[in-house]
Design a protein around this ligand. Structure first.
Ligand code: ATP
Length: 307
């Protein structure tokens, strides 16, 4: 990854820690100090509660961006309960565990889904991957720097809950998309996630996608509910990114191990994901705050893991 990519910020922080070499500004143009690398934007998709549609949004947003002509890598960061490969009908032979064991490179892990979307699969049912420490998460993030051709977007599907996994990927990303559905537990868990990410990791801006709603009115109400408590109790901005309606077509697509944007782009959910991808295109330059956040986090990881 490159300097523009939040996740690479972690790499730079870690690299700096080990080598005490070039200042950040120089590293912005590649560690070798040669030609600038292409800018890439890292978008972490989180939600707090399980089952709110994080994976569905990650897959379809990633593919919708790919359909628009962008180069996109989708990272399945739900390490032990990985399911992006299943959702897309891919059969990986290697996963993140092999990367951590040094058996393969990040390039070796890339699988190609429809529309040129690249997928980095995690491993499912692997006990070890469910117990990764902060240092290992950092190593996964660092591995992205080895990509010969960084993508335009890296979409990261994070795990449910408030684990290190979610915190590290969200803190390192340029943008955090929070998926919420109209259930009390989804709202309270999303609020808890925002609280932890802002209080402990300095993430101040979030974008919300309302999933499985009836219409945009319901989506906006959901956003207002959460934004109101955030305004009152947290120092964060929660922007409304858009909504995805509850759609049987989407479920049918899942059963056929395909993305709805690929199978039925004109369905209600297909069009909604197209709009979400369009929204991403309108975002201004990322704030690039990942470095500070990750330098802090990686120091903690280093202490904890002896890195
Ligand atoms: N917009 C939608 N319309 C209809 N069904 C949906 C929609 N979004 C998600 N679902 C359903 O919800 C299920 C859970 O979605 P998904 O796996 O994306 O959630 P998740 O947040 O990633 O869950 P986990 O954290 O457990 O991995 C899907 O299998 C799908 O059946």
């Amino acid at each position: 990854m490159n300097q523009a990519m939040g996740l690479e910020s972690m790499l730079r922080a870690l690299t700096e820690r080990h080598t005490r070499q070039a200042p950040v500004q120089d590293q912005a143009y590649g560690l070798s100090g040669t030609a600038p690398r292409k800018r890439c934007r890292a978008i972490a998709v989180a939600g707090g509660k399980g089952g709110v549609g994080k994976t569905t949004v990650s897959v379809n947003l990633g593919m919708a961006l790919a359909i628009e002509g962008h180069q996109v890598i989708l990272l399945d960061a739900d390490m032990s309960l990985a399911n992006i490969d299943v959702l897309l009908g891919l059969t990986p032979t290697r996963h993140i565990g092999h990367l951590l064991d040094g058996v393969c490179s990040i390039e070796d892990l890339l699988m190609t889904a429809p529309h040129g979307l690249k997928v980095v699969p995690a491993g499912s049912g692997t006990r070890r991957l469910s117990q990764l420490g902060a240092g290992e998460h950092a190593a996964v993030i660092r591995a992205f720097d080895d990509l010969v051709a960084p993508p335009d977007y890296l979409v990261v599907d994070t795990a449910a809950g408030l684990s290190d996994n979610v915190a590290m990927f969200a803190a390192a990303a340029d943008d955090v998309v929070v998926v919420v559905c109209d259930e009390p537990a989804s709202l309270t868990d999303a609020y808890a996630l925002l609280k932890v990410l802002s209080r402990d990791f300095g993430v101040r801006r979030f974008r919300m996608v309302a999933n499985m709603v009836r219409n945009v009115g319901e989506a906006r109400q959901l956003h207002q509910k959460l934004a109101r408590v955030c305004d009152r109790f947290l120092d964060v901005a929660l922007e409304f990114m858009g909504h995805v309606p509850h759609d049987e077509r989407l479920k049918q697509a899942i059963r056929r191990q395909s993305a709805v944007v690929d199978l039925w782009p004109s369905s209600r959910s297909g069009l909604a994901f197209k709009q979400l991808a369009g929204a991403v295109d309108t975002w201004g330059e990322p704030e690039r705050l990942g470095l500070d956040r990750i330098a802090f986090f990686s120091r903690q990881a280093a202490v904890a893991t002896g890195w």
